[in-house]
Design a protein around this ligand. Structure first.
Ligand SMILES: Nc1ncnc2c1ncn2[C@@H]1O[C@H](COP(=O)(O)OP(=O)(O)OP(=O)(O)O)[C@@H](O)[C@H]1O
Ligand SMILES: [Mg+2]
Length: 143
């Protein structure tokens, strides 16, 4: 499945369509270059899920926890600054990944081997005209 986001005005509709497509999948690894729009998309997903706080980058921590108006919880991870797998294991990353709540993960390349087998890989790309493309692996959705 693939989405084209031509401008930031299309983010909300894309987030809604994305959530409908992935249904009850829980762990999402966002791949793509710096500045491609991963955090921006998590913000849009947060809004679509009814987050009670606006999503911001987990700059000083690895994970931010969000609550939704429906009483749900989701997590936003950014592993950019992590130094090794042990650091992730030490703060209990596996409890989050297998905890049954949604996890949106930036820079999971750093902890690749800790991702659950049913992680939905989402590939972000900026096109020459500045629009963004999000591509997800259909196999995992049908498994
Ligand atoms: N769909 C989009 N269309 C146009 N501009 C966008 C889109 N998504 C994000 N941007 C812009 O790209 C910039 C960087 O976005 P963002 O911080 O989300 O990137 P990132 O992938 O999270 O980067 P990093 O890897 O550094 O965390 C922001 O200024 C944002 O407004
Ligand atoms: Mg980011």
């Amino acid at each position: 499945m693939k989405w084209l986001i031509r401008n930031t005005g299309e983010l909300d509709a894309t987030a809604a369509s994305f959530l409908e497509t992935v249904k009850d999948m829980k762990v999402f690894a966002f791949y793509g270059a710096m500045g491609v729009g991963k955090t921006t998309f998590v913000k849009a997903l947060g809004k679509a899920l009814g987050a009670t706080d606006e999503v911001s980058s987990p700059t000083f921590s690895i994970v931010n926890e969000y609550h939704t108006s429906e009483g749900d919880v989701f997590y936003h991870f950014d592993f950019y600054r992590i130094n090794n797998i042990e650091e992730a294991l030490d703060f209990g990353v596996e409890e989050y990944f297998y905890g049954g709540r949604r996890c949106f993960i930036e820079w999971s390349e750093k902890i690749e081997e800790l991702l659950p087998p049913d992680t939905v890989c989402c590939y972000f790309r900026e096109l020459p005209d500045g629009s963004r493309e999000i591509d997800i692996d259909d196999d995992v959705l049908n498994s």
